[in-house]
Design a protein around this ligand. Structure first.
Ligand SMILES: [Zn+2]
Length: 196
């Protein structure tokens, strides 16, 4: 009997066989291409980066862009990617791309559901340990920790400011803040990093 995970792995392997048959191996991006720009966006698959001129991989496996893509829940930057990106990969300009109807807005409204599900799926001693780690009031501390938000247009301003204030990043790092509207495909520039 297969578990869901095993079934998915089979799908992955079948897709890879089809991929290897289809692609032109000589066009695969083997060498590391330099690039100074990175997009930090949400893991939500509805956020289509073609909306900001970043194509996906071409049918033959060739990459169509040198822009680095960092996907996290909500499009929040995290320290590792920022440090490696800025001090090794050569990133000098970042666009934070958030979007409407983000899971972070849902998580803000349903923090109680998250906690309830944690109670069901992890050992109570581990949950208690986590609650102690975060302290009281637990819901508010958890929301802060998860960086959930109510309004993506405000959240992107806050996130750009947060990145700009990180002491370990270059002072001349350019950071833009954008919001993608899922319903119409339009992208609004909320923070223009050149106008700092
Ligand atoms: Zn999202």
């Amino acid at each position: 009997m297969y578990t869901h995970k095993q079934q998915w792995l089979e799908t992955i392997q079948a897709a890879n066989r089809e991929f290897k048959d289809r692609i032109e191996k000589t066009k695969l991006p083997v060498s590391r291409t330099p690039g100074s720009k990175a997009v930090i966006t949400c893991m939500d698959p509805r956020v289509n980066l073609e909306a900001i001129g970043i194509p996906g991989f071409l049918h033959n496996g060739e990459t169509g862009s040198s822009v680095r893509i960092i996907r996290t829940v909500g499009g929040m930057a995290e320290e590792r990617s920022l440090i490696i990106g800025c001090f090794l990969a050569g990133i000098t300009e970042i666009a934070v791309l958030m979007h409407t109807d983000c899971g972070c807005c849902l998580a803000y409204d349903k923090t109680d559901v998250i906690v309830e599900n944690m109670g069901k799926k992890i050992d109570s001693s581990n949950l208690l340990h986590y609650q102690t780690l975060l302290g009281e009031p637990f819901y508010e501390r958890l929301q802060k920790r998860l960086m959930v938000f109510q309004d993506p247009y405000q959240a992107v301003i806050d996130e750009v400011n947060r990145i700009r204030n990180l002491k370990y990043l270059p002072r001349d790092l350019v950071v833009h803040g954008l919001v993608y509207d899922l319903t119409c495909g339009s992208v609004r520039v909320v923070v223009n990093g050149y106008e700092r």
